[in-house]
Design a protein around this ligand. Structure first.
Ligand SMILES: N[C@@H](CCC(=O)N[C@@H](CS)C(=O)NCC(=O)O)C(=O)O
Length: 237
């Protein structure tokens, strides 16, 4: 059995995890062919940064998907981006920042602030927490996430402003993809995993979000989502 354990928040609707950062790590591990044990955690609190995902490897815990992936690339001598030019590597970082530092927060807003999504969230993201604890914890968690949203700045905007921010990012992603098969050309790269982890968590889930329609309006993005799923998660077809 592999000595690498990857801890992620629960999955739903065919996704290994409904946390984009956890799904990104899972995609990376699959694409890199790194053997591991995939562990579902009810909460992120046992992680070293109190966020998910995290790994346990040779007696050490490591948190933060990017730091974990950097570590695993070295440890297992894998690079999904070996074929990229310096310019593409720069673009990859910029796309990752768009996804993780901006668009992610619009998704968090839709899931945690929109009232229609609250019962769905309690049954999925928070669904593995034992019932008595869940009842006590969920309102605190919601308050905490609203505070995070305000701290980031996304939560200070109106719903219409957040929609407009999301639309700009999604249109930009469609423009970057263009008519290519993959974000960085004709070969899949880590950037595809980064973008998939968030867009799949908007499109393939039951949370309502205006961003679903925005993504679905770009047939290139829809085709690319299917392409990624077929390549990395063929068993989900
Ligand atoms: N930069 C971190 C972000 C991880 C993150 O925000 N994970 C969320 C789940 S999607 C989490 O655990 N949130 C719990 C919290 O902030 O209390 C990474 O790349 O792993």
């Amino acid at each position: 059995m592999s000595e690498l354990k990857a801890f992620h928040l629960p999955g739903a609707w065919g996704l290994v995890s409904v946390s984009p950062f956890c799904l990104k790590l899972d995609s990376f591990l699959r694409m890199a062919g790194i053997e591991h044990q995939s562990m579902t955690a009810a909460t992120p609190f046992p992680g070293p940064k109190k966020k998910a995902p995290w790994i346990e490897y040779r007696g050490q815990k490591l948190g933060d998907s990017t730091l974990i992936i950097d570590f695993l690339k070295q440890e297992f001598d894998v690079d999904l981006d070996a074929h990229l030019s310096d310019e593409q590597r720069g673009q990859a970082i910029a796309i990752q920042r768009l996804i993780e530092e901006n668009l992610y927060w619009a998704m968090v807003y839709d899931r945690w602030v929109r009232d229609e999504n609250w019962p769905i969230l309690k049954g999925t993201v928070l669904g593995n927490i034992p019932t008595p604890l869940r009842m006590a914890l969920t309102p605190i968690a919601r308050k905490g996430v609203k505070k995070q949203l305000a701290g980031h700045g996304m939560g200070l905007h109106t719903e219409a402003e957040i929609e407009a921010i999301g639309r700009k990012d999604i249109d930009a992603l469609a423009d970057i993809l263009g008519d290519k098969d993959w974000f960085m050309g004709d070969r899949i790269s880590f950037t595809d995993a980064v973008v998939y982890s968030l867009l799949a968590n908007i499109v393939f889930v039951e949370f309502s979000s205006p961003m679903k329609a925005m993504i679905n309006a770009h047939s290139s993005l829809v085709d690319w989502l299917t392409r990624f799923k077929n390549e990395v998660y063929p068993e989900q077809e």
